[in-house]
Write a protein that binds this ligand. Sequence first.
Ligand SMILES: O=C(O)C[C@H]1C=CC(=O)O1
Ligand SMILES: [Mn+2]
Length: 394
Amino acid sequence: MTSSPGTPVPASTVFPETDLRRATAIRRITARIVEAPTTRKHKLSNTSVSHQGYIFVAVELENGVTGYGEGSTLGGPRWAEESVEAMKANIDAYLAPALIGHPACLAEEASLRMDRAAKRNFTAKSAVDMALLDAMGKTLDVPAHILLGGAVRTSFDAIWALASGDAAQEVDEAQAMIARGWFRRFKIKLGFADPATDLARLAALQKALPEGTPMVADVNQAWSEAECIRYLPALRDLGVSLIEQPLAAGQTAASRRVAARADVPVMMDEGVSTLAEAATETAAATGSVLSLKLCKHGSARNLKRVAGIAAAGGVQLYGGCLLESSIGAAGHLHVFATLPRLEWGTEQFGPKILVEDLVTEGLRYEAFQVHLPEGPGLGITPDHDIIEKFSRKD
Ligand SMILES: O=C(O)C[C@H]1C=CC(=O)O1
Ligand SMILES: [Mn+2]
């Protein structure tokens, strides 16, 4: 459209709001359970997985556009309370009916409707929200980040998680990631073995990797305060740069004491999901860094609110993951791209741990960075043959 300078363009000729509401009315929402094999066993304090369970959501709008979203789990309802089965049941019976006919362009109202239809269910809600975002980006022909305030970065320092529990394998894997130019920052999972075995794994890595290699140690709530007092100094001596969620979520007083005595920063993860938890845990100083994940916060906009609360309290931010495919990882990158600060980079290594990614062209990992995809919506295209192959058939 052209207009002479100074002549205002009437809003109605750009995109009449009522037309947009009508065009983006939600016609259908479908949810599929997908179980995608991983290249190796991934072990955490409380589970071990050899395939990733996802809920894959498709939202069809009246204008014919379909948006896609994904919610991830780790070993069923073990990392958090939602399983793929529960997500499918709750999307089909509660979240989808609450949204049929509602305009996707009114995303805040869509979230309110989902909140009225179901308590918590953050991963399921975030998968639907991601699909709405993708559909709106495609409708308006803009990348999803534009709808969230616009990107302030398009690439991110990428972190890879070492979690086989086999020290020699982990050294080989870390060296291979460096050689490929994909990852040179690492996270190690602790807590499924006794602390002495975990420390030996770390010592092997410290010996083999370049000096100063950034290393996050994620305990996934497995230690007590007493174990932290005993072992955190050893983690520091082995070069750990960040200690993630050592104590159980909700152990606020003990976590505050651990964070105060640790001379390595402590990162909050499972303990901060809601806005209220972000406010409480930030004020209580149970950590000085926060891991952000859509599956914890329920929507792209809620993730931004949680990030704002934490940042306002002086907490640094880390882009977490739950081993999403390139679908969910792209959803995260579009939100992370818009955060004013993201001091610790992002994991989002999931696409590289899958035997086969769920998209036609996976996220780009280059120069130790993962790159924000381009194009409308999330900027990825689901590979429906692969999704069909790994979909649960019953
Ligand atoms: O951070 C977590 O607790 C969940 C997940 C993310 C990476 C990984 O290895 O586990
Ligand atoms: Mn964690």
